[in-house]
Ligand binder design. Sequence first.
Ligand SMILES: NC(=O)c1ccc[n+]([C@@H]2O[C@H](COP(=O)([O-])OP(=O)(O)OC[C@H]3O[C@@H](n4cnc5c(N)ncnc54)[C@H](OP(=O)(O)O)[C@@H]3O)[C@@H](O)[C@H]2O)c1
Length: 271
Amino acid sequence: MISEIALNDGVVIPQLGFGVWQVPQEQAAEVVAKALRLGYRHIDTAQGYGNEQGVGDAVRGSGLARDEVFITTKCHNESHGRRNAVEALEASLERLGLEQVDLYLIHWPQPSLDKYVETWEGLIEARERGLTRSIGVSNFHPPHLERIITSTDVVPSVNQIELHPMLTQEPLVGASRRLGIQVESWSPLASGKILGDETLAQIARGHGKSVAQVVIRWHLQLEYIVIPKSVTPARMAANLDVFDFELTFAEMRRISALNTDTRTGPDPDVF
Ligand SMILES: NC(=O)c1ccc[n+]([C@@H]2O[C@H](COP(=O)([O-])OP(=O)(O)OC[C@H]3O[C@@H](n4cnc5c(N)ncnc54)[C@H](OP(=O)(O)O)[C@@H]3O)[C@@H](O)[C@H]2O)c1
C-alpha cells in the first residue's frame, strides 16, 4: 500500500509516484499502462515532456476510475503569464483527454522573465475554474515563494525541487515547510548518479534491498513526495517495493551526510 499525504488544501496525494521525464511519446502509453498495472497511482508529467497524450491514453485505457489516479502536469516556461498559464492547462487537458488534472505546477520560476506572480494568478484562476484540484510550484526558492504568497495570499500546495542524497536542500526544505508547503523530490535517484555509492550499497545489503530502494525509502521517511522514473519493468516494480522495511535514524543520518550540494539539473535562480 502506497502511503498518502494530505496537502494544505485538503487534496490527498500518493506519496510515491511515477515520473515520466524523458519517456518518449511513442513509449509513454505503454510505460504508464505498465506502471498502473504494477500499482502506481500517481503520474508526474509536464507540458515540456511532450508525452501528455501517451499518459492520458494509458490512464483512460486503464479501467481505473479517474479519482484512483493522481495526475500532475506543469506549466511550461514558454507559457508564463496569467492567461497563457490557463490556456496552457486547457491544451494539456486536451492532450491528456481529461477534464481536470489533480495538480498543476509552475515548472520553473524563470526569474529573469519576472512573470511568475502573474503565472501564479493564472494557476489560481485555473483552480477556481475546476481545471485542476490543486496548484503548486516547482524549483521555487524562498524569495519566489514569499513573493507569490504575499502578492496573492494563496500558498502553493507543493514545491517540487531537485532533491536526493547529493543535494539534500535542507534550507529550502525548511523554508517550504515553514510556509506550509509540501516538498516533492525530483530526480530522487539523482538520475541514477547516486546508485554506485558504497555507503548506500552497504546500507542496502543490510536490508536485503537495492540502493534505489534505500534512497526511495530515505525520501519517504523524510516525508517527501517522491517520483522515481524507470522504463525498465523490473526496476519499476522494485521502486514500488519499499514499504516493508525501515531505515534506522543512524542510517538516515548517514545518507543525509552524503550531501555535496551537487545539482544534476540547472540552478532555478539563473535558468
Ligand atoms: N520539476 C522539474 O523541474 C523536474 C526535473 C527533472 C525531473 N522531474 C521529475 O522527476 C522524475 C524523476 O527524475 P529523473 O527521471 O531525472 O531521475 P531519477 O528518477 O532520479 O532516476 C532515473 C534514472 O535511474 C534509473 N533507475 C530508476 N530506477 C532504478 C533502479 N531501481 N535501479 C537502477 N536504476 C534505476 C533509470 O533508468 P531506466 O529508466 O533506464 O530504468 C533512469 O536512468 C522525472 O521523471 C520527472 O517526473 C522534474
